[in-house]
Design a binder for this molecule. Structure first.
Ligand code: ATP
Ligand code: MG
Ligand code: FE
Length: 341
């Protein structure tokens, strides 16, 4: 089975060719980061326009790198939510056009299902069920992956997503956009125990997260330093903030694997490439006898390979979408809001 996958939910225009579920024949990503940097974040209108400019070229590259043409495909997979509606529509319209012209089955994919499925690419032995901590720019979910395509969200953030917190704190200490990778790098030069930032645990719901209090604590710390005329040590702030996020993520994930009696833990999403999180989670897993999985950084942030993997499992489970497939900006994981044909 050969699948062409398309991803355009945010600021990456991406296409990939996946064979038999887990083999990546090509993975082309055109990032708009340089463009949005000017504005300190993603500008939806600019993102949509850029997707339109890039999408055909990205697909052509993905096919040629894979050494195939549209005639060799068995299906088209595409992200149809969640994400920016205008951005999603570009990928969805493109996928529908190819599906129509080449008479190929169309499989709409949930973006977060894609992030989770990124783990299958480099771990041929990984199969459900397992627990997955999804930490991306817009989501922080603890997901119980019961089976392919069967997800149960057991914990979620009450406010900011982990990636969002990274980006906001990075902006506050003048690191620019996107902040995650920059904090990761700067933190290596800092002392993670220098500043006692809070670890939020939510009364009554052990698996939920909250990062807005931590973000405020960092902003207050910066303000109070400025008021006292003390120069802040940016590396210490980065390291201490990163440690506070990591501690909570690891703590809740470990609670969940123990409580649910699960022996496998995966992480996914852009923040899953964070070195402090990876190290802390690996250590905790070793201590608790849990198998730990994480994708390479290129499969953590947005890409189409992960969408192709998810599309494959949806495809063999019988999911088909019609040409009425629409973008669903607030699509919920595990709750299909459309009618598969
Ligand atoms: P979502 O997947 O929730 O729709 P998104 O697609 O924008 O959101 P991703 O592409 O999964 O998010 O991840 C981007 C986020 O990951 C950004 O917030 C970015 O700062 C963060 N990130 C990337 N690399 C790192 C890193 N090394 N450390 C911490 N955060 C990181
Ligand atoms: Mg992005
Ligand atoms: Fe994403």
């Amino acid at each position: 089975i050969t699948i062409l996958a398309i991803e355009s939910s945010c600021d990456e225009t991406a296409a990939a060719v996946i064979r038999n579920g887990r083999e990546v024949l090509s993975n082309v990503i055109s990032s708009q980061i340089e463009l949005h940097k000017l504005y300190g974040g993603v500008v939806p209108e600019i993102a949509s326009r850029k997707h339109i400019e890039k999408i055909n070229q990205v697909i052509e590259e993905a096919l040629s790198e894979a050494g195939i043409t549209l005639d060799d495909l068995d299906a088209i997979g595409v992200t149809y939510g969640p994400g920016l509606v205008g951005a999603l529509l570009v990928g969805v319209a493109e996928a529908k056009a190819i599906s129509y012209v080449k008479n190929l089955p169309l499989v709409g994919v949930h973006h977060i299902e894609g992030h989770i499925s990124a783990n299958y690419i480099e771990h041929p032995d990984l199969e459900p069920q397992f627990l997955c901590l999804v930490v991306s720019g817009g989501h922080t979910h603890l997901v119980l992956v019961r089976d392919y395509g069967k997800y149960e969200i057991i914990g979620r953030t009450r406010d900011d997503a982990a990636g969002e917190a990274f980006d906001k704190v990075a902006r506050a200490i003048g690191l620019g956009y996107p902040g995650g990778p920059k904090i990761d790098k700067l933190a290596k030069e800092g002392n993670a125990d220098a500043i006692p930032f809070p670890r939020a645990h939510i009364e009554g719901s052990v698996y939920d997260f909250s990062f807005s209090g931590l973000k405020s604590a960092v902003l207050n710390y910066i303000n109070s330093c400025q008021m006292k005329g003390v120069e802040i040590n940016r590396a210490d702030v980065a390291a201490s903030f990163q440690k506070a996020v990591t501690d909570v993520l690891v703590h809740n994930a470990m609670q969940a694997v123990k409580e649910y009696g699960i022996k496998k833990l995966a992480i996914a999403g852009g923040v899953a490439s964070n070195s402090s999180l990876r190290n802390a989670m690996r250590e905790a897993c070793e201590k608790n006898n849990i198998e730990f999985y994480h994708p390479s950084p290129v499969f953590c942030t947005d890409n189409a390979a992960m969408i192709g993997v998810a599309a494959y499992y949806d495809y063999i489970n019988g999911t088909r979408h019609g040409l009425d497939l629409n973008a669903v900006p607030n699509l919920k994981l595990g709750e299909r809001q459309d009618q598969p044909q």
